[in-house]
Design a protein around this ligand. Structure first.
Ligand code: NAD
Ligand code: MG
Length: 391
């Protein structure tokens, strides 16, 4: 029996994880669930899954939750605040930590799980984008096991030679390149001139995947794929020129590994995050995820096309930040979070997202990313500048 903590249990990945766990109550128990402020969603999850602990970031939400749980005779203990997120992520009572908080807010609790040597099921790509070298160092130092939930990275992980549990460098394994597939999001075929007028509702309506708002906008700009290029660099130890992005509109091939001998291994499946979640929960075994069998005849065809930097300038910015190194990727990530939030609040246009990020990257000098303090300082500086540019 493995005890699982889900950081961000009320979100899209969190809900999918609970769905998989509920199919295997003989194998997994829920130790802790955490959320930002959504009391009703957390209450329902606690009543169904009976975790030992529930954490709400917001103190008032924690009070309300606590009261509602008592009314329902539920014994779950309620904690509040950022330090409680780190506490449950590093607790002796949890074996696995699902990192499914969105954005930079996930970094410190996910780092706490790494420092405590947990099996980390990583969805929160922003943590690696911000602090890749430092994060991987903590994982290795503390013998944590880092397994990718992001569908592309999970696909690559499955196509890599089965190394040791703690293998994060595949640079000497005969890998010519890895090929990340991207659906291209809702605007892959849109007239370029029309992108100025895109609304938040159109941007979050992803053609293939159902996801949280921020990652849906990231998919529309393809910053999501850019963040994934950076994530792949840290997870697999490959330089940026060995990480390619290709458009694949059906989202059936989730990514590929191209080996020196000409073999290309691909992982396929329906676009449903329960597959990579079940894969990382059970690894190296396989368990049922609830995902329907892939029907290739119904899918009919698999299309591929080049990812275009003119249509998707955010993808170019992410490659540039990775090549620049240091805190550039933390700056990129912070500016993107502010720009996406401003777009969702209708303060800037869709096409301003890339412009704003580029301006922040050009203005702020990157530093070596060798301490958490430096990374968090540059994250804060980038947010500050990005907010000024919004106004
Ligand atoms: P979401 O917005 O649906 O859920 C986010 C969760 O984090 C919620 O439980 C929310 O309460 C919590 N949260 C938000 N802000 C917080 C804060 N400041 N402090 C503490 N908790 C906070 O997001 P999602 O789509 O589930 O994505 C989560 C992560 O997984 C993201 O990093 C995303 O890039 C990654 N990911 C998601 C998918 C997907 O299909 N949704 C696929 C691959 C990777
Ligand atoms: Mg992905």
């Amino acid at each position: 029996m493995k005890a699982v903590t889900i950081l961000g249990s009320t979100g899209s990945i969190g809900v999918s994880t609970l769905d998989v766990l509920s199919r295997h109550r003989d194998k997994f128990s829920v130790y802790a669930l955490t959320a930002n402020g959504s009391v009703e969603a957390m209450l329902a999850q606690c009543l169904e899954h009976q975790p030992q602990v529930a954490v709400m970031l917001d103190a008032q939400a924690a009070d309300t939750l606590s009261q509602r749980l008592r009314e329902n005779n539920c014994l779950t203990q309620v904690l509040a605040g950022e330090s409680a997120l780190e506490e449950v992520a590093g607790s002796d009572q949890t074996d696995y930590v699902v990192a499914a908080i969105v954005g930079a807010a996930g970094l410190l609790p996910t780092l706490a799980a790494a420092r405590a040597g947990k099996r980390i099921l990583l969805a929160n790509k922003e943590a690696l984008v911000m602090s890749g070298a430092l994060f991987m160092h903590e994982v290795q130092q503390n013998k944590a096991t880092l397994l990718p939930v992001d569908s592309e990275h999970n696909a690559i992980w499955q196509c890599m030679p089965l190394g040791s549990e703690h293998q994060y460098d595949f640079s000497d394994k005969g890998v010519r390149r890895i090929i990340l597939t991207a659906s291209g999001g809702p605007f892959r075929d849109a007239d370029l001139a029309s992108l100025d007028e895109v609304t938040p509702e159109q941007a979050v309506a992803h053609p293939n995947w159902s996801m949280g708002q921020k990652i849906s906008v990231d998919s529309a700009t393809m910053m999501n794929k850019g963040l994934e290029v950076i994530e792949a660099h840290w997870l697999f130890g490959l330089p940026s020129d060995k990480i390619e992005v290709i458009l694949h509109r059906q989202s059936i091939i989730h990514s590929m590994v191209d080996y020196d001998d000409g073999s290309v291994l691909a992982q396929m499946g329906n676009p449903d995050m329960r597959t990579p979640i079940a894969n990382t929960l059970a690894w190296p075994q396989r368990i049922d995820s609830g995902v329907a069998p892939l029907d290739l005849v119904a899918a009919g065809r698999l299309d591929f096309a080049t990812a275009d930097f003119t249509r998707f300038p955010c993808l170019r910015l992410a490659y540039q930040a990775l090549e620049a190194g240091g805190t550039s990727t933390a700056i990129l990530n912070a500016a993107n979070e502010v720009a996406v939030a401003a777009f969702l609040q209708r303060q800037i246009r869709f096409t301003d997202i890339a412009r704003l990020i580029e301006q922040v990257l050009q203005t702020l000098p990157a530093k070596p990313a060798d301490s958490l303090e430096q990374i968090l300082a540059d994250d804060a500086a980038a947010r500050h500048l990005a907010r000024e540019l919004v106004c």
